[in-house]
Design a protein around this ligand. Structure first.
Ligand SMILES: N[C@@H](CCC(=O)N[C@@H](CS)C(=O)NCC(=O)O)C(=O)O
Length: 198
């Protein structure tokens, strides 16, 4: 497997996932600043010109959440995803999809100072509703799916970690702050998050 990565990017989240799994892979550093993601060769594998990208034989996976979900299913013995037939899978999917479809666009809208928009039509609604959803999804103890850590925590917890780190979430509740602290205490998190950026 090839993991297209840069330590100062969202690819740290997929690197963290690979580290949690102990998955052997080749790490390919992509220099975003010098425009490597704009090369014809790179656009062949990721037309968005974004990192991370995972290439597993003939399979190309882009998007942080999709890569984490793909890897969790590829290594079922590591237990980072509920089995496909489990009812827990519904809750698991919510954590995987909510950050990219709703939380990130909301933070972007907030950073851009967008206020005059149709909240009923846009997917992220508004800041208050997103924060209520974050509060409801954040576990008071342990992890998103209970006592067992999963890819849901890598994707959802990883997004909350970025949000706290970069000030997108100015005043996290104690519940959110404590969850982010539990995330940061994980050995695989610490191995995959270099001090260059953090
Ligand atoms: N939706 C993408 C976002 C990835 C993304 O925005 N990556 C940034 C770095 S954090 C990037 O590659 N930027 C390079 C560019 O846009 O040219 C995902 O979930 O993987």
């Amino acid at each position: 497997m090839k993991h297209y990565y840069n330590p100062a990017s969202r690819a740290v989240t997929t690197h963290w996932m690979l580290t949690e799994l102990g998955a052997e892979h080749e790490q390919i550093i992509v220099n975003v600043q010098s425009g490597e993601t704009a090369s014809m060769e790179y656009r062949e594998i990721n037309p968005m010109g974004k990192i991370p990208t995972l290439v597993d034989g003939d399979v190309i996976v882009t998007e942080v959440a999709a890569i984490c979900a793909y890897l969790a299913d590829k290594y079922p013995e590591q237990g980072l995803a509920p089995p496909p037939e489990s009812p827990e899978r519904g809750r698991y999917y919510r954590y995987l999809f909510f950050p990219g479809t709703t939380l990130e666009p909301m933070f972007t809208a907030k950073l851009l100072g967008l206020t005059n928009y149709p909240a009923q039509s846009v997917g992220w609604g508004d800041f208050e509703r997103c924060m209520a959803a974050v509060d409801s999804l954040t576990p008071s103890a342990d992890w998103a799916l209970g006592v067992r850590f999963s890819a849901a925590d890598v994707v959802f917890g990883g997004t909350l970690d970025f949000a706290v780190q970069f000030g997108w979430l100015e005043s996290p509740t104690e519940k959110v702050a404590a969850y982010v602290r539990r995330i940061k205490d994980r050995p695989a998190y610490q191995q995959s998050h270099s001090s260059e950026w953090y």
